[in-house]
Ligand binder design. Structure first.
Ligand code: ADP
Length: 191
């Protein structure tokens, strides 16, 4: 089984690369951002609560996202070769909860891919996406806040996986194909 975490600052290309990875390695794709945006679109109570955090660039509370993710893991297609987690875990508390949850299900994380992109490039990509995405968080003020939150809360998740010997840094600058090539070589050496 190949259970991958794809991690990196907002705008690093996690979503784009995840699509290519699921296709090649026949994995399930769980994006916590997408799951939350579906709740917002459907105007559920959970969606309304989540929107109040997301639109300000903050993370939603750990307990909320851990419960959403656990349900999604249990509902996933068992025929696939594993899963790619996109946007989760985003705090060390989420990482601890994830590892425990996987262990209880006889699973474990294979590797965390950390996509590295320059700050200026991240901001450019997110502003460009904001022109068409309709996302309430793709504007300059919220982007800056998300980058701050990333440094404070999510960057430490890398150290957690380094200590487990399951960390791989990937250069996220260049074309989509170049970056995917780097990811595939990490994953192929992990098999
Ligand atoms: P990006 O990586 O561009 O910020 P995402 O779609 O992954 O986009 O996340 C958008 C927003 O959804 C985050 O800024 C955060 O508010 C919320 N979110 C997504 N995943 C999590 C998570 N694991 N924990 C807390 N909040 C999350």
């Amino acid at each position: 089984m190949l259970n991958i975490i794809i991690c990196g600052a907002p705008g690093c290309g996690k979503g784009t690369q995840s699509e290519l990875i699921v296709e090649k390695y026949k994995l399930n794709h769980l994006s916590t951002g997408d799951l939350l945006r579906k709740e917002i679109e459907s105007k559920t109570e959970l969606g309304k609560e989540a929107e109040s955090y997301i639109s300000k660039g903050n993370l939603v509370p750990d307990q909320m996202i851990i419960s959403i993710l656990t349900k999604a893991i249990d509902a996933q297609d068992k025929e696939k070769n594993g899963v790619i987690l996109d946007g989760f875990p985003r705090t060390v508390a989420q990482a601890e909860a994830l590892e425990q949850m996987l262990q209880e299900r006889g699973m474990s994380t294979s590797v965390l891919l950390d996509l590295q992109v320059d700050r200026r490039e991240l901001i450019n990509r997110l502003l460009k996406r904001g022109e068409t995405s309709g996302r309430s968080d793709d504007n300059m003020e919220t982007i800056k806040k998300r980058l701050e939150v990333y440094e404070a809360k999510t960057a430490p998740v890398s150290d957690f996986y380094k200590s487990l010997g399951k960390y791989a840094s990937v250069d996220g600058m260049g074309t989509i194909d170049e970056i995917f090539g780097r990811i595939a070589s990490v994953l192929d050496s992990n098999k």
